[in-house]
Design a protein. Sequence first.
Length: 82
Amino acid sequence: MTAPTESPLPGAEQYHLTVRFRPDGPAVQGTWASGTTAIRKFRSWIGTHATQGVTITLEAETDGIRTSVKQWPLPGERNERQ
């Protein structure tokens, strides 16, 4: 039995993942064609990069327009991890 696949916005052309280390500060970005891969990377990056002040954002792009799909921490929540 295989694990179910999860795609954040089916039909999107690309998925962009950004880790920002402080507000308006340096960031690391990645782009994938597969929503399943992007979700896996999003979860992985939370595990490896989630510390105080860090935000991790996943966006889906269709026809040149990006839509926010997931964010860590959630908007309005404080990241207390150290």
